[in-house]
Design a protein around this ligand. Sequence first.
Ligand code: MG
Length: 400
Amino acid sequence: MRSVLTPPGRPALNKPTLILGSTGSIGQQTLDLIREPQSGLAAVGLAARGSWQEVARQVEEFRPPWVSLTDPDAAEELQRAVPAGTKVFSGPDATLELIEAADFEIAIHGIVGAAGLEPTLAVLDKGADLGLANKESLVIAGEIVMERARQRGATILPVDSEHSAVFQCLRGEDPSRIRRVHLTASGGPFRTKTAAEIAAASPKEALAHPNWDMGPRVTIGSATLMNKALEVIELHHLFGLDRAKIHVAVHPQSIVHSMVEFVDGSVMAQLGPPDMRGPIHFALHHPDRGQSNLQGFSFDLFQNLTFEAPDLERFPALELGFRCVDEGGATGAMLNAADEVAVEAFLDGAITLPEIPSIAASALDAGANQSGATLETLRAADDFARNHAREAVLALGGTT
Ligand code: MG
């Protein structure tokens, strides 16, 4: 909230910002944006896992009053390295304690994996804006997360390039006037490869993404299109869209971040270079359009934009996302858990790339009776799918 005491023409107080996962890729890019002169933002809290030296350096630069590390030994080291008066939370609940204690208007949440769910709910409980890069929150518990946001009057600002694009295309629009959303997908490194070539792909080849620089799980997810399957589930929850209103378009250049087609046939798109700072910047400054030096239009980047239909035979993972939208309940939690186990097994060389979606599909089949109305039942479904996937990896001759 801007101070009412700020005279006209003078900059308002810096917007207090919390960064969850401050040493990860999203966290570092958020700090890059806060660091810009006249960003109008202040990092007031940093949460990380164990990289205390990196966090100590961030504290020295940004001087946040609150920091947290979930690794207690690392937190002890950090406490010694930061100025007295910096509150350091430590241990498994440190992130939640930080969220509870800190005064902030927006949290950028870049914690990776299922561990991000509780921080998501904690931020929403405070009624603050949530810049959400943690996909798993929505994939695992989309209904609970969206309901919590409604109850607390909190705004979820998607920090996933596609969902930020849809959010931006929908500003001022009536969501009931959507005909379809076109979720774009790069197609990953194997877009033009044969099924046999995909089956023979090494982890190194699968980790070489043509456009985006991301963590290993998302990158493997781009190679299988499982990442897009998870994004279909995210899209369903964020904007209340059923299967008939979600369409995936492969767009190898990753410039059109997604499109919304309205009932009158008009199609709105949001475009930009593949740079996560775009959606982070949008979330940080929402509802304003903050000034930035990020790249916009360029003939080089924008002259060749192509679209094609995804090939579900070579990329069967995509259909699993639609299946979870149809079936709801705990299916998203199971898909996510099975994929996590299978991706690790692939990276260890235990299974092939096409075995990742097979294992995930078999977990969904086996878990048909898992319901998912509460966090506890979702956790049980997650456990079930993880165990199922581990056994499937073993049955394929791998070790977990
Ligand atoms: Mg994305």
